[in-house]
Ligand binder design. Structure first.
Ligand SMILES: CC(C)(COP(=O)(O)OP(=O)(O)OC[C@H]1O[C@@H](n2cnc3c(N)ncnc32)[C@H](O)[C@@H]1OP(=O)(O)O)[C@@H](O)C(=O)NCCC(=O)NCCS
Length: 186
């Protein structure tokens, strides 16, 4: 029987799986600037902010098992002028990478971003993460910045890229945004 892949907004029941997949990326050593494992408890605030109302984590399920996620997160949430900017991140279980699901899930999140009042998306990534660079460029992101040699990951010095994508051509309200419950918490 063919595997079925579905996308949906994450709920707290997915938090363990999300963190376990995040930790695989940390173990890989080139994916992000964390150098030790995360826990649901330690990352609870970040998880709670993605309540599916203001911000969201989208999960990909294969045969009802979470195999990857893509988040739309706040960017400098206490600066009102940045309210329509979101940060995108994505992580997949190693066994499910390279199968085209990561691209489809990220494209899905980008399509829904205007519903979260996000008109610009930013991605922050280590400049040694070639897979992420390729994915972002395939998704139409443009390299907007580079901080050279600012991180030490497992003894290797590397930089950080900022990629951006302006969604202004997509529908979605730009004005009249009300403050939500998470404002000012970061
Ligand atoms: C980044 C990630 C989410 C991409 O998801 P994926 O399902 O593996 O990617 P896809 O199979 O959908 O491929 C999408 C594009 O990504 C790029 N890509 C994927 N795997 C790649 C690889 N091994 N080498 C180089 N580029 C790759 C390609 O541009 C690919 O498009 P193409 O197939 O037309 O060439 C996934 O590989 C992952 O979890 N990586 C580790 C975590 C990570 O680095 N997260 C980002 C932190 S900034």
């Amino acid at each position: 029987m063919d595997s079925e892949t579905t996308f949906r907004v994450a709920s707290p029941a997915d938090w363990q799986a999300i963190i376990a997949i995040y930790n695989q990326g940390i173990d890989d050593g080139y994916c992000n600037a964390f150098t030790s494992h995360l826990s649901v408890e330690g990352h609870r605030h970040w998880l709670q902010i993605h309540d599916g109302v203001e911000y969201a984590i989208f999960v990909a399920e294969v045969d009802h098992t979470v195999v990857g996620w893509c988040s739309l997160s706040p960017y400098r949430i206490d600066r009102q002028a940045f309210r329509t900017i979101g940060e995108i991140s994505y992580y997949f279980d190693r066994a499910y990478r390279g199968k085209g699901i990561g691209y489809r899930l990220a494209a899905h999140a980008i399509e829904l971003a205007p519903e979260y009042n996000l008109h610009t998306l930013l991605a922050f990534l280590l400049d040694i993460n070639k897979v992420s660079v390729n994915l972002l460029e395939k998704l139409g992101f443009i390299r907007w910045g580079h901080f050279p040699d600012i991180a030490t990951v497992r003894g290797t010095i590397c930089g950080q890229f900022i990629y951006g994508k302006n969604l202004a051509s997509l529908p979605g309200p730009a004005a009249g945004i009300k403050e939500g419950p998470n404002w000012g918490r970061w």
